[in-house]
Write a protein that binds this ligand. Sequence first.
Ligand SMILES: Cc1ncc(C[n+]2csc(CCOP(=O)(O)OP(=O)(O)O)c2C)c(N)n1
Length: 668
Amino acid sequence: MNFDRKDCSNEELVHIYRNLLWPRMIEEKMLVLLRQGRISKWFSGIGQEAIAVGATLALQEDEWIMPLHRNLGVFTTRQMPLHKLFKQWQGSRDGYSKGRERSFHFGSREHHICGMISHLGPQLAIADGVSLAHKLSKEKKVSLALTGEGGTSEGDFHEALNVAAVWDLPVIFLIENNGYGLSTPTTEQYRCISLVDKAKGYGMEGVQIDGNNILQVYDTIKGVRDYCIRHQKPYLIEAITFRMRGHEEASGTKYVPAHLFELWKQKDPVDNYEQYLLSQQALTTASIEEIKNEFRDKIEQELVTGFTSPPMPVSEEEEVDDIYAPADPSTINVIDNAAHAYTSQPGTPELRYIDAIRQGLQQAMQQEPGLVLMGQDIAEYGGAFKITEGFVTEFGKERVRNTPICESAIVGAALGLSLEGRKAMMEMQFADFVTVGFNQIVNNLAKMHYRWGQKADVVIRMPAGGGVGAGPFHSQSNEAWFVHTPGLKVVYPSSPIDAKGLLIAAIHDPNPVLFFEHKALYRSVTGAVPEEYYSIEIGKARHVRAGDELSIITYGSGVHWADDFAAEHPEISIDILDLRTLLPLDYTAIRQAVQRTGRVLLLHEDTLTGGIGGEIAAWIAQHCFHLLDAPVLRCASWDTPVPFNTELEKGFLAKSRLADTVARLLAY
Ligand SMILES: Cc1ncc(C[n+]2csc(CCOP(=O)(O)OP(=O)(O)O)c2C)c(N)n1
């Protein structure tokens, strides 16, 4: 192995050695503990340490790294104490994730390490967002994301590299090509000769390096870092290495030809570097032994602390409490239900639902200089529904960003912006397209705070709903998918005043909020909207209409269907509750609605099975049974995709069955 020390002093060479040796010795100890049955699982990075260690040494300490499951060297080089790492691996309360996460699936803000989720590829686009934040603040920093060669087959790899290239982001993408993805060899993973060749396809520079040569890794990444900062561009590095052990310790290595282990043993990064240091007289055999003894003692000491953890308290309350990041103290005027009366005062301007959203967004951009908007066609074109028309002129293209068609990477980038303390709002062009960004939302955004205490300050606007003759992929009501995901907030305003106030509340909430806006309401519903910058509390329902014969509990378009129905049937005394937020639900208001009439009809545009109505009906049955005079009835859309033909769509929508359902309920 050819080492080139360039202008490294002996002290620097030894410093690198100590960082390289430390994770190796920890791992060797872990393998012993595993054999003794004292730990349960281990993903080994033995033989690959030079990549994680070299990369981490080449970056500044406050530059974010997105590591994966084989990158112990990132965590140790950032000086995380072994006893705490060990507690993390053991699932102890005093590890880095309060026992909620396994192995290397955790991060630490203090160490600028963003924890992976199992899905591998999602790490990459988070680095885009972090680098975007640096670029916008003109900070001379990079972020670095690691991936295995297996992970490069994921769409997330393509999306993240493409966005970084199109937006000229200073991100280092580092592929650790270790020959196998679980049992799959590279020949069954990709057809190109070298993965680094892909750089050209994205319009970025790339280089292939010997991933076992610590000095080459360190020196290359230092140089690439300078390049990324100077040119404000991303860079792809393919580091060639080999996985010397199984995918994880229990899975074995039968499928790997034995001679490959022989070959790669000769290329061991620690042994080779040791030999080099001896040849350079930077170390002697005795001093190497001294360091090893020092490390051995340190490991034993740290493990004493590592094995002593307090018992795990099992408290649902504490677990649930940590799902959401606590809100920052708000200085924004919060208006409540009384606002609807207040807006009937003369002089309050009337706005359409769409204009109220636009006004809320525009004022939020004025108030929050850190807020960045991202979405397809939202810049000069103004978005598919023209909500952001004119925003580029007022706020500039840096903060109002057109995106390539890559929902997953943009959600990931939004999360990266949040890591750097910015607020991000993404516009899904249609709520239907959220399926291709689903993983980032339900697994990364939603779970991050619970997993390692990092907030995900992201709003995703979701133009949803049917009644517009747009067929199965531009009409869905998919809010229930997200209501089932702890960690998200799901908001669905039905009126202009709520749309503006809830959007501002969503932007100021430090948690991920899915903000549903009904397309058919955009231009058909008008109402008084205060001009001031105000918010409406997330999680509070609105009592829309008082009645004493039956209560319709609904949201979104359902509020208007119910209201219209009530107006057309003055002979029935109908009470209407607009939920406004679906996660968390306002159970106090739901109970009160049941109490008022004893008869409940749950109405939603979403399809019946698995819709939010089922959840609320179950809750009412369990908690308000004594208040009911009739069974809870649901009125929802057919359990089919949304049909295109207008007559068929009318039949599909719940509205067409509202009168019948009301009659059935009253007949009890
Ligand atoms: C989306 C997804 N599919 C499959 C898996 C299961 N899985 C975990 S690691 C892994 C192999 C990854 O290979 P590679 O990216 O080369 O990294 P390596 O393990 O070799 O370091 C697989 C298939 C997963 N975690 N996520």
